[in-house]
Design a protein around this ligand. Structure first.
Ligand SMILES: [Ca+2]
Length: 291
């Protein structure tokens, strides 16, 4: 290289020669620097590539998450984050305001949420039916018993080793009816047996029933809306309230007044309940949301 520098300087002027020699020496200096510091430079380059903005899970950057399949067909999410994650949650849950610190690959199961669709035997088109059936619980005249409404499957199974067909002290289970003869919008449903379905919403991780709401918070999916229903305040057998679908369905042919667990529209009573915003004696809506 020195020979090249000397050779090239024979045919040029003194000023040009000085300039050329200076450039060649600068190049030589940089070249030597790169050789001696190549490992450190490689480390800096690797660090830059692992934290570049294109792999940062920041707000609104879901596309930075890559879904792949391994040899066994399992989903593999390739994503970048700053040190915390929850296997089974959705990609949007990984979004964070800050940039990631290092890349990471993990296997994750697709998350899901379960909700019960009261008053219907169908699920949201984006959800899958787990089973369908009828609502059951305690009797409205009983002081004790079952106070949590159950969604009973329409094809029950019994363990023969555990059955005695009664004869002793037991907890009685009854069907549930819409008691809506004085509620004109749903008078046609009066005395019908309430039905239900248990639904699986894939891609979600939790569910929420919000009383006195028809809409879900931002970022949530509305599974269904309906009417808040509960037990009558004058009855001995109080029970949990439910969000019953806005179009209540009854078990076909179940018009007989057989009672059991009864469901009435819930109204707001002013006093301890602030009015406004609540309105005296008005039936309350409800909504079931997943996320
Ligand atoms: Ca009845």
């Amino acid at each position: 290289m020195w020979q090249s520098i000397v050779s090239s300087s024979n045919n040029i002027s003194f000023g040009e020669e000085s300039h050329l020699v200076l450039r060649q020496r600068s190049f030589l200096f940089v070249w030597i620097y790169l050789i001696f510091h190549r490992h450190r430079l490689q480390a800096l380059l690797d660090q830059h590539l692992s934290t570049k903005p294109s792999t940062c899970i920041g707000e609104g950057e879901e596309t930075n998450i890559q879904l792949q399949k391994d040899q066994e067909g399992n989903n593999i999410w390739n994503f970048f984050f700053g040190g915390e994650y929850d296997v089974g949650t959705q990609p949007e849950n990984y979004r964070r305001a800050g940039c990631p610190e290092k890349p990471m690959t993990c296997k994750t199961r697709r998350s899901s949420a379960i909700y019960t669709h009261w008053g219907s035997q169908t699920c949201n088109p984006e959800a899958t039916e787990v089973y369908r059936g009828y609502v059951g619980g305690g009797h409205f005249t009983h002081f004790g018993g079952i106070n949590n409404p159950l969604c009973l499957p329409d094809a029950p199974e019994y363990n023969e080793e555990l059955t005695t067909n009664g004869g002793g002290e037991r907890s009685n289970l009854y069907g549930a009816e819409y008691q809506t003869n004085t509620y004109s919008p749903w008078s046609d449903s009066h005395d019908k047996d309430m039905i239900c379905a248990v639904c699986l919403a894939e891609g979600r991780s939790t569910n929420l029933m919000i009383p006195a709401k028809r809409t879900c918070p931002e970022g949530w999916t509305k599974e269904y809306e309906g009417l808040l229903m509960g037990g009558h305040h004058g009855h001995a057998g109080g029970h949990e309230s439910l969000c019953v679908d806005i179009n209540p369905e009854g078990r076909p042919g179940s018009m007989a007044n057989l009672d059991g667990m009864l469901f009435y529209p819930v109204i707001g009573i002013c006093g301890s309940l602030p009015c406004t915003p609540y309105i005296a004696n008005r039936e309350l809506a409800c909504v079931v949301c997943t996320r």
